[in-house]
Ligand binder design. Sequence first.
Ligand code: NAD
Ligand code: WQD
Length: 341
Amino acid sequence: MKRGVLVTGGAGYIGSHTAVELTEAGYEVIIVDNFSNSDRNSLEGIRKITGVEPKFVEADCCDKEAMRRVFEEYEFDSAIHFAAYKAVGESVAKPAKYYRNNLLSFINLLELMLEYGRKNILFSSSATVYGDAEVLPVTELTPRKPATSPYGNTKQMAEDILRDMVAANTGKLCGIALRYFNPIGAHPSALIGELPRGVPNNLVPYITQTAAGIRECLSIFGDDYNTPDGSCLRDYIDVVDLARAHVVAIGRLIEERNKQNYEVFNIGTGRPVSVFELVHGFESANNLKLNYNVAPRRAGDVTAVWADTTLANEELGWRAERELIDTLRSAWEWECNVRKQ
Ligand code: NAD
Ligand code: WQD
């Protein structure tokens, strides 16, 4: 029988790509989502890509009784918790909304896992926990900086909740926090991808919407940083590579190859890329010109952050494989496709 994996937030951007990779690796995926930032098309995309109808429950992970029914009904010994709100700016304006959704959903899940004897949990953390790091690239031992937004704080707090609950339940709960850098791109089929609502906050969706004529002009936030071309440096990780990191990490927990009950891994490419490089890369990958200008720095942006991926490479046996040019092509193909759906 196939092993089940509960995927909360599995209709979303990273969750849908992970659902595809898990299914292709032979797992049975059970998705829980409330479509607060996604829609049913992603489930259809997963089905078309894999040929398998994902098991799906429409529920809010903050609703413990609804989640209890999922535990009663489905067989799984592992879960991946993607479900969260992720808009940094909105979290500053509406902190309670973020603390409630991101933390309550996670605590509910962890409590139910213990109650029902389900042992393995992966948590979606973020490079945001490193803040403005003094030494680059960041390793998992780089100290976390105080969060600069409620969103970032939910990631730090959820990491700590996981660490403490694992420590208090030896043998009953094992957890891995994956710290994603900047996920971009889409599945090569262009059947699933990122679906920002309203004006995108993130760079790549803003680029693709500008190329599509939905936005007039991309603003590059700052060209006076202390970097080779003056724009910020980030570690852009292809979403399919990122999804595969989850498959490997879940396998590590299921096969009990983890060295500690709670582990943390950076999931990035290890390569810093500037905003200008990304913009020009997008232009040449897709053979088009982008309308952009240089604007003032955006409040809260760090100058540079990229991953030391040694631990993920050596311990998980995972590394990012997709070339940036292919990733940027996939982002554009998705943008062209999504509006036809
Ligand atoms: P997304 O918004 O596309 O996906 C999140 C999904 O969770 C959505 O489908 C949404 O409808 C669902 N959801 C939210 N709250 C829910 C709830 N209470 N109950 C049920 N479903 C709920 O976001 P994403 O980019 O796929 O991010 C997935 C995870 O990765 C999030 O935890 C996010 O914080 C984290 N992360 C994302 C990035 C990034 O840049 N995209 C970077 C680092 C970490
Ligand atoms: C990347 C670079 C911008 C938009 C955010 C979250 C982080 C994580 C990933 C979840 C920066 C520049 C952007 C634009 C621009 N999410 N930019 N013009 O800020 O590195 O990280 O997403 O955990 O927590 O903070 O990503 O894509 O917003 O920006 O010039 O219109 O692009 O200044 O240098 P960021 P981003």
